[in-house]
Design a protein around this ligand. Structure first.
Ligand SMILES: [Zn+2]
Length: 240
């Protein structure tokens, strides 16, 4: 495997945990789905390679790309949808981590003509306002132009549903972007269950917005992240 600099090990380790956490929590879709990370404002970023499942990633498997998609470090193949990452990172210097996956409840929910509501803690972290929906195409985001259109749709929101395709989340930390992806999938799952049984009710905007502040606090996110990392370590009977 490629010998990367030891300086980048800590971030590649966190990114590997992030991939495996997604893989273990409803985001696995064979070898599809990807996560990226860069130092704040950097013009290159680390990305999960293609031809490998989220749950197979290790700190040694990442590749590093520039914003035009050229591989500048690493030997493994690149995902064709790198413009999702490069255009969000290019437009938002403060964002460090981008997630794109194909989770089933989010895809099913995005097919409904129904806003995401604060039915649960997870829903309350993402709505109000409603999560943006990218409807221009359900095909792969393989060009800079489509990446820019997707970025325009997302704006400053932490999550987006790609109708007929999957989700995108981003954040200023790996933990924030990963947990947002997990929360979005759970929120969609819960709303699908409730909607299938009858008319739904949801928290007031005031109630949901208060929960957003509490549940996205750094300490609260760290506690959840550490729990997920312990589960990964237990499954591997090892740690990165
Ligand atoms: Zn995709």
């Amino acid at each position: 495997m490629t010998n990367f600099s030891q300086d980048s090990y800590a971030l590649r380790r966190d990114l590997a945990y992030g991939c495996r956490i997604l893989g273990n929590n409803g985001h696995n879709d064979t070898v599809l789905g990807h996560v990226s990370y860069r130092e704040p404002g950097a013009d290159t970023y680390w990305m999960k390679p293609a031809e490998m499942g989220l749950d197979e990633v290790t700190p040694e498997t990442f590749i590093r790309l520039d914003l035009d998609g050229n591989v500048v470090e690493g030997k493994l193949p690149r995902h064709i949808e790198f413009p999702i990452h490069s255009e969000i990172l290019r437009a938002h210097p403060e964002i460090t981590c981008v997630v794109h996956t194909h989770p089933i409840y989010s895809i099913a929910f995005a097919a409904l003509d129904q806003p995401l509501r604060a039915l649960s803690h997870e829903g309350g972290q993402l709505s109000p306002p409603d999560v943006p929906r990218f409807t221009l195409t359900s095909n792969l985001i393989r060009s800079r132009e489509l990446g820019e259109k997707l970025e325009e749709c997302i704006g400053n929101r932490p999550a987006c549903l790609l109708q007929g395709h999957g989700i995108v989340t981003s954040g200023t930390t790996i933990q924030g972007a990963i947990l947002t992806a997990i929360n979005l999938e759970r929120a969609c799952n819960i709303q699908l269950l409730a909607s299938a049984c009858g008319p739904i009710t949801w928290s007031s905007d005031e109630d949901a917005l208060a929960k957003q502040i509490e549940m996205t606090a750094a300490k609260a996110q760290l506690n959840v992240w550490n729990y997920y990392c312990r589960k990964i370590n237990a499954a591997m009977n090892a740690s990165f």
